[in-house]
Ligand binder design. Structure first.
Ligand SMILES: NC(=O)C1=CN([C@@H]2O[C@H](COP(=O)(O)OP(=O)(O)OC[C@H]3O[C@@H](n4cnc5c(N)ncnc54)[C@H](OP(=O)(O)O)[C@@H]3O)[C@@H](O)[C@H]2O)C=CC1
Ligand SMILES: CC(=O)N[C@@H](CCC(=O)OP(=O)(O)O)C(=O)O
Length: 324
């Protein structure tokens, strides 16, 4: 398989689209077909992304134009609620059937779409051409909970703190550095879409309390798990190490990981395993760069798998360091 596959990114000005452009530029088997942004239409990609060498310019195709642009895969990096109209344009076109990967929450509950969290779902991936990329917090929560799933006793509580890039570029209180200065904003304290997403995909209730903080990128999940069986720290740590042995994008450490050390890294870090005296309550900490393993890196894993490439091709792995 030597010919490069081409990727169109719709919503390429955004935080996630921008990370994906950088990853595609460094990928041995993918090239950009087009990158869309209404705001940057006509501007050179190289003026914004030094990693890109070439003449491509941002464009602003209509939904109906998209199927005529000829990409092997289309990545939708649009705000929630905007993906369906793009997908409908491909459904309507007779002669375009690209792989479609949606980064929004719009298809995460749609059984006709493959939910691509490869470490937990890649056994269902073969032949899938409609891929729904998981939410950022949802990725960290599922990886933090999955190894203990069979021992859970009642709902899991997850306290989440995200950098404000998680709130996208449309101005709001949640991405206003002035309002976030010396501050910490709780929001969507019940019923957040990632609470429903994790509960649905793990088939176990999760209670999620998100907050946004003044740093730009990186999130922390502190998960509180009640267990039917008593565990000690060594047994828990061994369980996580076994579950993720051979997974380059999930690292298990001893101490609780720090968000300041995950920014710019492509993996999720798990650690800080702490048990109550009776061994029936476990706290686990996860950190993740919301724009990378929480979005663009995971999208690249999914695209690699969709085209039969090595799942980790084009993903630069940070050298393994001791956890915090
Ligand atoms: N930020 C994060 O940490 C994560 C985000 N996601 C999801 O990924 C998607 C992209 O997120 P993010 O990059 O942060 O978002 P941004 O707000 O940063 O970017 C959105 C992009 O969509 C374009 N856009 C906005 N509104 C419309 C519209 N009505 N029609 C067409 N294009 C539009 C914007 O460009 P222009 O206005 O120039 O056209 C921009 O390129 C979202 O669905 C988000 O939920 C998933 C995981 C993590
Ligand atoms: C800080 C912040 O606002 N974060 C976003 C999550 C970003 C993400 O993963 O988004 P989607 O599930 O919408 O794709 C939020 O809570 O909605």
């Amino acid at each position: 398989m030597s010919a490069k596959k081409t990727i169109g990114i719709v919503g390429a000005r955004g935080h996630v689209g921008t990370e994906l452009i950088k990853l595609v530029c460094g990928h041995p088997s993918f090239d950009l077909a087009y990158v869309s942004s209404r705001e940057r239409a006509g501007r050179r990609v190289s003026d914004f992304e030094p990693a890109y060498v070439g003449e491509l310019r941002y464009s602003a195709p209509t939904h109906e134009d998209l199927p005529t642009l000829g990409a092997d895969a289309v990545v939708l990096a649009l705000p929630n609620g905007k993906a369906a109209a793009c997908v409908a344009a491909f459904d309507f076109a007779d002669d375009a059937d690209p792989v479609i990967l949606d980064l929004s929450a719009d298809f995460r509950f749609d059984a006709a779409w493959y939910y691509g969290l490869p470490e937990l779902t890649r056994q269902h991936q073969a032949g899938q051409r409609r891929i729904s990329n998981p939410g950022c917090y949802a990725t960290a929560m599922q990886l933090a909970i999955a190894p203990m799933l069979e021992f859970l006793d009642g709902p899991v509580q997850c306290f989440g703190v995200s950098g404000y890039s998680g709130a996208g570029t449309t101005p709001s209180d949640k991405n206003d550095p002035e309002k976030l200065r010396d501050n910490f904003m709780p929001y969507a304290l019940t019923g957040h879409v990632h609470e429903r997403e994790v509960s649905a995909h793990l088939r176990h209730p999760v209670e999620f309390m998100p907050h946004v903080a003044p740093h730009f990128r990186g999130l922390t999940i502190t998960a509180n798990l009640h267990l039917r069986t008593a565990f000690d720290r060594e047994a828990v740590a061994a369980r996580y190490r076994d579950a993720y042995a051979g997974e380059p994008l999930v690292r298990v450490g001893d101490d609780a990981p720090w968000v300041s050390r995950i920014a710019g890294a492509h993996h999720v870090e798990l650690g800080g395993f702490t048990l109550s005296e009776d061994g029936h309550r476990l706290v686990v900490v996860a950190t993740e760069d919301n724009l990378l393993k929480g979005a663009a890196t995971q999208a690249l894993q999914n695209l690699n798998l969709a085209f039969g490439f090595d799942e980790f091709a084009g993903i630069p792995l940070a050298p393994r360091a001791e956890a915090a």
